[in-house]
Design a binder for this molecule. Structure first.
Ligand SMILES: *[C@@H]1O[C@H](CO)[C@@H](O)[C@H](O)[C@H]1NC(C)=O
Ligand SMILES: *[C@@H]1O[C@H](CO)[C@@H](O)[C@H](O)[C@H]1NC(C)=O
Ligand SMILES: *[C@@H]1O[C@H](CO)[C@@H](O)[C@H](O)[C@H]1NC(C)=O
Length: 390
C-alpha cells in the first residue's frame, strides 16, 4: 500500500514535471509582448486613411474586406494584413487605427496603429520641392511620430507606466518607404533620379527608429520593401516587349528588383549601425522581399495559381491592372478565388499572400535575428514546416 502511494506520488510528480511544467514555462514565454505599436503605409493601415478621407476611398467599399471581415475595414486587401497575422500569433487583438479612435485610451491598451495608406518616410516638403504629387498630405512617418507623442499621455500617466508599456511592446516600423519611390516612379521620374532618394529615405526611417528607442522601445521589427518588379502595377506601367528586361524564372522586371536590392543594402547597413548604437534594443530585420520572392518562385507550393503576377481585382489586359480603372471602381472585376492570387488590387496583396509572408517571418527564416529567438509563438498561423524545410 505504501509502496503503491509512493509510486503514485512519483507518478504524479513525473506527470507534473513532464506535462505541466513545460506547458506553463512555454505559456509564460509565449506572452512575449503586451501590445503592438505600428507605423507605416497601406501595407499596414487598418483604417486611418478611410477615416481621413471620410470613407470616400476605394478601401471603404467592397470588395475590399470581402474575405475575412466580410465588410470593408479600411485595409487595402481582401482580408487580414501581415500585422494582423502577427498580432494574432502573439495572442493580441487586431491593431486599432489611431485616428478614428483619437483620444480614447481604452481602445489602445493592446496596441495602436499609426500607419496610413499613401504615407511616405520623407516629409511632404521633400516631394513638394521636386514637383512630385502626394495623394494625401501630412501623413508621413514624421507626422505619425507626432501622433505617437501625443498618444503617450493618453495611455500612460506616469513615466514608470510609460516605460513599462513601451519596453513590453513590439514596434512595427513599417513597411514604410515604398511610397517614396512609388509616387515618383508612377509620375515618370527616372531610375537615376529616384535612386538618389534612397539614402534620404533610409535616414528618415533611421531617425524614426532612434526616436522611438529614445522614448523607450526595446523590440522593433523593421521590414524592407517588396520586390517592386513583381508588383502588378509596376509590371503593367513599365511593360516592355524586350524579354531581356524580365527575370526568366519569375517574370518580374529585373531593373526594378535591382532598385529594391539597392535600397535593401543601405537599410541593412543602417540597421547594423543602429544595433551598435543601441545594444540593449532588439532590432529585427524583416525580409518582406525574400518572403514574397519565394512565393513568386514556387507559387503552387504555397497554394497559389501557377501564374501569380496578375491582380485578382482590377481591369485591363496587362496583369489586370489599369490605373484609370482600379479595383472597386466601376468597370473593374474581382476574381472568384482570391486565395489563389498573390496580388489583390495590383498594388497590394491578398490575405492569402500576407498570411504566407507573416508565417515566413514568424517562423524565423525571413527575420534577422530570427523572430523565434525573441519570442516563441502562441498560435501557429500557417504551415511553419513548409517554410522551415525550404
Ligand atoms: C462624411 O460623409 C458623410 C456621408 O457621405 C457626409 O454626410 C458627411 O458630411 C461627410 N463629412 C465630412 C466632414 O465631409
Ligand atoms: C500636420 O499634422 C501635424 C500633426 O497632427 C500638425 O501638428 C500640423 O499642424 C499639420 N500640418 C499641416 C501643414 O497641416
Ligand atoms: C483603362 O481604363 C480606361 C477607363 O476605363 C479605359 O478608357 C482604357 O481603355 C483602359 N485601358 C486599357 C489598356 O485597358
Amino acid at each position: 500500500m505504501s509502496s503503491f502511494s509512493c509510486t503514485y506520488i512519483l507518478y504524479l510528480l513525473f506527470t507534473f514535471i513532464v506535462f505541466v511544467l513545460p506547458t506553463s514555462a512555454w505559456q509564460s514565454q509565449a506572452a512575449c509582448f503586451t501590445s503592438i505599436i505600428s507605423f507605416g503605409d497601406s501595407l499596414a493601415d487598418t483604417g486611418n486613411l478611410v477615416f481621413v478621407l471620410n470613407n470616400s476611398d476605394r478601401a471603404s467599399q467592397l470588395p475590399y474586406g470581402e474575405t475575412f471581415f466580410h465588410h470593408p475595414t479600411g485595409r487595402f486587401s481582401d482580408g487580414r494584413l501581415i500585422a494582423d497575422f502577427i498580432a494574432d500569433a502573439l495572442g493580441l487583438p487586431f491593431l486599432t487605427p489611431y485616428l478614428p479612435h483619437y483620444g480614447d485610451g481604452r481602445s489602445f491598451k493592446k496596441g495602436v496603429n499609426f500607419a496610413v495608406a499613401g504615407a511616405t518616410a520623407l516629409n511632404d516638403d521633400f516631394f513638394d520641392k521636386k514637383g512630385i504629387k502626394l495623394g494625401t498630405k501630412n501623413i508621413s512617418l514624421d507626422v505619425q511620430l507626432k501622433w505617437f507623442n501625443e498618444f503617450l499621455p493618453v495611455v500612460c500617466s506616469s513615466e514608470e507606466e510609460c516605460e513599462d508599456m513601451l519596453s513590453s511592446a513590439l514596434f512595427l516600423m513599417g513597411e514604410i518607404g515604398g511610397n517614396d519611390f512609388n509616387h515618383p516612379f508612377f509620375q515618370g521620374r527616372s531610375f537615376e533620379e529616384v535612386r538618389t532618394f534612397v539614402p534620404s529615405v533610409i535616414n528618415a526611417i533611421s531617425s524614426a527608429i532612434t526616436a522611438v528607442i529614445e522614448l523607450g522601445a526595446k523590440t522593433l521589427l523593421v521590414p524592407r520593401n517588396f520586390p517592386i518588379g513583381c508588383i502588378s502595377a509596376y509590371l503593367s506601367i513599365f511593360h516592355v516587349s524586350n524579354a531581356k528586361d524580365y527575370d526568366e524564372e519569375t517574370g518580374c522586371i529585373k531593373w526594378l528588383n535591382e532598385f529594391s536590392e539597392y535600397y535593401n543594402q543601405l537599410l541593412i547597413k543602417e540597421l547594423d549601425h543602429l544595433r551598435k548604437m543601441h545594444p540593449h534594443t532588439i532590432i529585427i530585420y524583416g525580409d518582406y522581399y525574400q518572403a514574397l520572392m519565394s512565393i513568386y518562385q514556387s507559387p503552387e507550393k504555397y497554394g497559389f495559381q501557377s501564374s501569380p503576377l496578375g491582380a485578382c481585382c482590377g481591369s485591363g489586359a496587362l496583369y489586370n491592372y489599369n490605373s484609370s480603372c482600379l479595383c472597386g471602381e466601376s468597370g473593374s472585376t474581382v476574381c472568384m478565388e482570391p486565395s489563389r492570387y498573390v496580388s489583390w488590387d495590383g498594388m497590394h496583396l491578398t490575405e492569402a499572400a500576407y498570411r504566407n509572408i507573416a508565417t515566413g517571418l514568424l517562423g524565423g527564416k525571413y527575420t534577422n535575428p530570427p523572430f523565434t529567438e525573441t519570442c516563441t509563438l502562441l498560435e501557429p498561423i500557417g504551415n511553419l514546416e513548409l517554410w522551415n524545410n525550404m
